[in-house]
Design a protein around this ligand. Structure first.
Ligand SMILES: [Zn+2]
Length: 369
C-alpha cells in the first residue's frame, strides 16, 4: 500500500513566506450564526458573555502535561527509533503480533482504543480502522519493528491517550469555507463547478447544526468574497475561537482516480510533512499552532472518523502539512478537511448532490457534540 499525497490547488501559501503581521483594520466582519428556534421542547442554548474573559477551554500541550495519565515520556525517546514493543509496554499493551511477513511485515498491537497496525516501510499507520500519516516509515532493526519517537509521541501516544475534551459551555467555533471571490479553488470534472461554492454550501449547512449543539458559530465568509489566509486566522483570534475548521474539496490532477476524505493538521516540529506542495518544508519550523499538536490530531481523528461514518467515503487518512497558512498561525486546535476529490468523476458527482454535502455537515457536527 502506498499513499499519494495531493490536495486542492490553492490552499497553500505560494510564496512560502512567513505569516505577515496582522492588522485589524482590513479584516472582514465575521458572521455569527444565531442558534435557530427549536422546533419542539426548547433547549437552553448557552450564550457567550461577550465581555467576560473565559479561561482557555483546552489546556495547550506542554512537556509538563505531556502524559495526561501521569507518565512522563521516556527521556531516551527523543529523536530516536523506539521499539514498537517498548511503546506498547509503556501503554500496558501486549507484545506486537506479526500478522504477515515478507519485505514489508505487518504488526498488530491491541490497544484500549482499538487495533494499531504498523507496516514496515509504510507512510501511514492504521489505528482503530483509520489511516494516519507518519513522519517516518517504520523500520526493522535487527529483525524487530521500530517507530520513530516523534510518530510514537505525536500520533500513536496522542491517539492512545485521547484526552481531547470539547469545551462544554461558552464555546466558539470558526468555520472557514475555503477560497471565495476570484479564488475559485479547484474545479469539478465538468469544468464548471467551483470548489468555493461547495465549501460555502457545506459551511452554511454546518452552522445551524453546530448552533443547536450549543456552539457560537462564526463563519469567515457567508458569501462569495475573497479573504486572505492571514485574515481567516485573524477572525479566529478576534472572536477567541476554541476551534478552527477549514473546509475544502480536493484535486488529484493529473490523477483522476484519487478519491476519498483527507483531514489535515499542522506537522509537529521535527517531523517531515505528508504533503509539501511548493513549500520549503523545514522540519525545524515551530509555529504557534504547534502548541496544540496533540489536540490537533485528536480533533482531526474525531472529525475524520465521524465524516467517514456519515458519508461512507474512502479513508485517505489524517495527515500532516506545514504549508497551510490557515492552520499554522492558529492559537487553538485547528483542522482542515478535504471533503472529497472534485477531480474524480464519481466523487464530483456525489459532491454536487446536496444530500452529500448535508452528510458532510452532519459528520462534522456529530464530531463536535
Ligand atoms: Zn481548497
Amino acid at each position: 500500500m502506498s499513499l499519494v499525497f495531493t490536495g486542492c490547488q490553492t490552499a497553500s501559501d505560494p510564496g512560502g513566506a512567513p505569516v505577515a503581521a496582522l492588522t485589524t483594520t482590513s479584516l472582514p466582519e465575521p458572521m455569527t450564526i444565531a442558534p435557530p428556534a427549536p422546533l419542539a421542547a426548547p433547549l437552553p442554548i448557552p450564550q457567550p458573555a461577550p465581555n467576560l474573559v473565559q479561561p482557555p477551554a483546552i489546556a495547550p500541550f506542554t512537556p509538563a502535561n505531556a502524559s495526561p495519565v501521569g507518565r512522563p515520556w521516556p527521556a531516551g525517546w527523543v529523536n530516536a527509533w523506539v521499539p514498537l514493543e517498548s511503546w506498547g509496554k509503556f501503554n500496558g499493551l501486549p507484545k506486537p503480533v506479526l500478522l504477515s511477513g515478507g519485505k514489508e511485515p505487518l504488526y498488530q498491537l491491541q490497544s484500549g482504543n482499538g487495533l494499531v497496525l504498523v507496516k514496515i516501510g509504510s507512510p501511514s499507520v492504521n489505528m482503530a480502522g483509520m489511516q494516519f500519516g507518519l513522519g517516518f516509515a517504520p523500520r526493522l532493526i535487527k529483525g524487530l519493528p521500530y517507530v520513530h519517537s516523534l510518530d510514537a509521541q505525536k500520533t500513536l501516544q496522542a491517539l492512545a491517550d485521547a484526552f481531547f475534551r470539547l469545551p462544554a459551555t461558552n464555546r466558539t467555533v470558526v468555520i472557514d469555507a475555503g477560497h471565495g471571490g476570484r479564488d475559485g479553488g479547484t474545479l469539478g470534472t465538468t469544468g464548471h463547478e467551483q470548489e468555493k461554492h461547495y465549501t460555502l454550501d457545506w459551511a452554511r449547512r454546518l452552522a445551524p447544526l453546530l448552533a443547536v449543539r450549543g456552539w457560537r458559530v462564526v463563519l469567515t465568509r457567508t458569501n462569495d468574497i475573497e479573504i486572505s489566509l492571514a485574515d481567516r486566522v485573524a477572525v479566529a483570534d478576534r472572536v477567541k475561537a476554541d476551534l478552527f475548521l477549514s473546509l475544502h474539496f480536493n484535486s488529484g490532477i493529473p490523477n483522476r482516480d484519487l478519491m476519498g476524505l483527507e483531514t489535515y493538521c499542522l506537522t509537529p516540529t521535527g517531523m517531515p510533512s505528508n504533503i509539501i506542495r511548493e513549500y520549503d518544508d523545514d522540519v525545524r519550523e515551530a509555529h504557534p499552532n504547534n502548541a496544540f499538536d496533540e489536540q490537533n490530531i485528536q480533533l482531526a481523528s474525531r472529525l475524520h472518523g465521524s465524516l467517514l461514518r456519515a458519508t461512507g467515503a474512502v479513508d485517505r487518512g489524517v495527515r500532516r502539512a506545514r504549508f497551510m497558512t490557515v492552520l499554522r498561525g492558529q492559537n487553538r486546535p485547528a483542522v482542515l478537511i478535504e471533503g472529497g476529490y472534485l477531480s474524480n468523476v464519481g466523487e464530483a458527482r456525489r459532491i454536487a448532490m446536496p444530500e452529500y454535502r448535508q452528510a458532510l455537515a452532519e459528520g462534522v457536527a456529530r464530531a463536535l457534540e
